[in-house]
Design a protein around this ligand. Sequence first.
Ligand code: ADE
Length: 224
Amino acid sequence: MRIDIITVLPELLRSPFDHSILKRAIDKGLVEVNLINLRDYSTHKQKSVDDYAFGGGAGMVMSIEPIANCINALKAERTYDEVIYTSPDGELLNQKMSNRLSTLKNIIILCGHYKGVDQRVRDHFITKEISIGDYVLSGGELAAAVISDSIIRLIPGAISDETSALTDSFQDNLLAPPVYTRPADYNGMKVPDVLLSGHAANIEAWRHEESLKRTKERRPDLLK
Ligand code: ADE
């Protein structure tokens, strides 16, 4: 898989891909992540990528020209399955969406900024708009990192324990059950006996019960 992230702040995005599961997936060649500086596609002397909004109002708008130049240059090299724009008014990211995106070959993620992007970009270049939650971030970079992380960890081979990504919260519309590690008794705070029993079927049943209980308490909407 290839993820091309178009951003005005490539440095901000370097670290998430330089550690742990994402770094390993990249090192193993399971995914290629390119951070593309939008300013490299500006034809202005000052490399500006934004301008005042027509009709007035506070805040700058990301211009169509550098974005079109950048996306067209990428598209000249290969075809893309999705061109994603990060925006608080996009479709809410969920596990189902990440599962689908993880099966694609090439995607672009355009990080929004300022007051937003010229609507013509959204109308003519973007195939999918994604929000990571009902709150407003300073820019789309952190959203792009969240989206990429949720996708990359699902690529077969990215996680050493193959079953682990499948038992994540949300994968079956249930939150994950509680987990414990040693010591079995910490100052009287005890691990549930069933987990120490060695009885696989009972442990499985207990985990499922706990998942259901937690989901009912915290996210009853997932059970509908
Ligand atoms: N940009 C600003 N806020 C955002 C959000 N909640 N999700 C995605 N992109 C954003």
